[in-house]
Design a protein around this ligand. Sequence first.
Ligand SMILES: C[S@@+](CC[C@H](N)C(=O)[O-])C[C@H]1O[C@@H](n2cnc3c(N)ncnc32)[C@H](O)[C@@H]1O
Length: 387
Amino acid sequence: METAFDEIAQFATTADRDTRRSLIASLRKLANSLEDTVGTIHRYGHIDLEKAMIQIGMDLGIFKVLTGTDGPLTVEEVAQRTNVDPQLMRRFLRYYNTINVVTEVSAGRFEGNNITKNLTEKVLEAALHHYYELVSGQYRTMRSYLKANGYQNPTDETHTAFHEAFNTHVHPFQWMTEHPHLLDHFNTYMALRRQADLSWLTVYPVREETAGGGMTADRALYVNVGGGIGHQCAEFRETYPDIPGRVILQDLPATIERRALQTAGVENIAHDFFEPQPVKGAKFYYMRGVPHNHPPHRVKQLFANIRDAMAADSVLLVDETVLPSTGVGFIAASIDLTMLGAFASMERTESDWRELVESVGLELVRSYTYNASDNETVMDIRLPKSS
Ligand SMILES: C[S@@+](CC[C@H](N)C(=O)[O-])C[C@H]1O[C@@H](n2cnc3c(N)ncnc32)[C@H](O)[C@@H]1O
């Protein structure tokens, strides 16, 4: 058996990202196929404990202590560096070892591993605080919410599992504005979550599209609608410093005023995208991960506002998950149900996107996939040629 494991581990050292992903899925499937009743009880029964213990470990800096040193540390050393009762730390560390968050190398001695290191990354801390403090509330109310709604696919964004969880009538984005620490976690997560090589800029022919001579310094070149703190505007300006035209970030006032990056050559504008688009005739209106936060009737309104501002050569670029027709992966399927719980929204297939685009008189001209394993695709959407 050891040989079989060694061979897989050896294979994994040279596998690319996609291959490693499918290897993990296959190994999990194999592990689950071996599970007995007791295993299934405890795997699901303790899911919430796992999440809580990760938060506690991050609060105390346990993962940073273990990765910030060469070699293993004793329980007492970790306890002393984090100011925790050694008896309690022993209980924490032996639990973390069971979920592979740290590695027990010998009695009472532990060291960090790849997961320990992941848990020290800023993006991961922000993401897991976001999930723990905000999103997990709606998971708890999804059951009662869906039951009370007769298991109908929800489309009313004013009444979701989120609203039940937090006993509020305000939209989740407004809720975050009213709870700035939650908005900060969310914005940090959004800004840092993507790897630089997984970007629409690696596949979309920006230069060819702007080569026709229609660009001038005062025309908007790139408007990032719902662009968060402006990380993509900065990337765009850095990639194409020589293409004339304005680069504009738009988002809600709280995000623009509180956190927006001040990037040379980027204008930051507070704008609610359910209001008419104030920047007319831009070359590219771009949004990533924005329409999936909204049910169809709101997406139509959002698309229509941009359509009304488009010039004949404008392009609406929608950078989103495009679900395959079969074999949807764990991440996309989980985000789909998370969208349901928060916004009465969903992840969408290409035909779902096409239907929405065509319903407001636009055309989906072409799709460019830049991250096949996560189904991330930028869709090139235009006014019909005859209009
Ligand atoms: C899922 S985040 C995506 C952020 C960014 N586009 C990215 O991919 O990193 C959705 C963004 O839409 C913004 N947003 C939500 N409702 C909005 C509205 N009505 N008008 C403008 N921006 C809005 C949020 O503040 C947030 O920054």
